[in-house]
Design a protein around this ligand. Structure first.
Ligand SMILES: Nc1nc2c(ncn2[C@@H]2O[C@H](COP(=O)(O)OP(=O)(O)OP(=O)(O)O)[C@@H](O)[C@H]2O)c(=O)[nH]1
Length: 321
């Protein structure tokens, strides 16, 4: 009885006897498997397999060139990690060892010749269930991988600004610290803090405050073009930029570039003496060694930021050692 579920099955029949091959194809077509693929030699079977990647292979154990067991082995070796083809041996051998040999070679089941249509139908149905389960498993695995990737992204990204969050910052600062220590290169850190941001929120509302932070984050991200550079939201209205292999002078230059770009946005801030949104930046740089810790670099940059605020805001202060 044909089943519509069989219509999507790709079946390859490998059989050197034209009569048996034709008979099997007739049986399959009666089950609803239209146009089964065919091969009369082992090499032809491998070629069709490469091209068509069938779901099920009915594989004669004895073929004129390469025997079916060897073909099964070669097919298993060609399968990608998420691929699985059901292999059913067609055999007239009846010794237990031959059957064991077939399964060991990578076969999943066997059919004794002469092949009955009813038994073939039952085996195809069983294999179809396995093929469908395998497809579902692959789908589920893909969905799980995508969900994991998204989870990873969410756990490392700041929800408001889309740049690295504090957790990611800590992790990447450590990574850059080690990298620069190995290379004996300076590691610079720029801390950026929005000036009079409390007043901005109070005047324009929290939503406008959020939009302002997003604009600042965008400028930060733009100013971190190297693959090892990291722009992160350090917390609240404070941002950080990690610059590996960068001297204090270079980092001060980058900080000034960020400060200027943000000032140039001319986001109105009527309760700031500058009349628009500005940021203050603290910069520090150090050649990492066992004598110091990343935390000391953060403290230095924070101290420089404090000085920039003290000295009037909308400016950059730097501390190098
Ligand atoms: N809209 C918004 N505001 C935030 C967010 N995180 C922190 N803030 C606000 O940022 C403000 C920080 O204020 P302060 O630490 O007093 O600093 P400031 O007003 O910028 O003053 P200075 O830094 O000295 O120039 C507080 O009002 C916080 O509520 C956020 O995600 N969105």
């Amino acid at each position: 009885m044909p089943s519509h579920r069989n219509a999507s099955l790709k079946v390859l029949v490998v059989e050197d006897s034209k009569v048996v091959l034709k008979g099997l194809c007739n049986y399959l077509e009666r089950m609803g498997i239209a146009n089964p693929l065919t091969a009369e030699t082992g090499l032809a079977a491998l070629e069709v397999y490469e091209r068509e990647r069938p779901d099920i292979i009915l594989l004669d154990a004895l073929l004129p060139d390469i025997d079916g067991f060897e073909i099964a082995k070669r097919i298993r070796a060609k399968e990608h990690p998420e691929e699985w083809t059901a292999i059913i041996f067609l055999t007239s051998m009846s010794k237990d060892e031959d059957l064991v040999h077939g399964i060991t070679a990578g076969g999943d089941d066997y059919l004794m010749k002469p092949i009955s249509q009813v038994v073939l139908q039952a085996k195809i149905s069983a294999m179809r269930r396995l093929v469908e389960m395998q497809r579902k498993l692959v789908d589920t695995t893909h969905q799980l991988n995508a969900a994991n990737k998204e989870l990873q992204r969410l756990s490392t990204t700041d929800g408001l600004t889309g740049i690295a969050n504090r957790r990611m910052f800590d992790e990447l600062l450590m990574r850059e610290w080690r990298r620069c220590q190995r290379a004996k290169k300076p590691l610079a850190l720029v801390m950026v803090d929005v000036d009079f941001f409390k007043q901005y929120n109070d005047t324009y509302g929290h939503q406008a405050g959020d939009a302002c932070l997003q604009a600042v984050a965008k400028q930060m991200a733009r100013s971190a073009p190297r693959a090892s550079d990291v722009a992160a939201r350090y917390g609240g209205e404070e941002f950080a930029l990690i610059l590996g292999d960068t001297e204090i002078d270079g980092a001060v230059w980058v900080a000034n570039y960020i400060r200027q770009n943000i000032a140039d946005l001319k986001m109105a801030h009527k309760r700031s003496p500058f009349n628009h949104v500005t940021v203050s930046c603290g910069v520090a740089a150090i050649v990492p060694s066992d004598k110091a810790t990343p935390n000391e670099l953060i403290l230095s940059a924070d101290h420089a930021l404090y000085l920039a605020k003290e000295q009037g805001r909308d400016r950059v202060a730097g501390m190098g050692n």
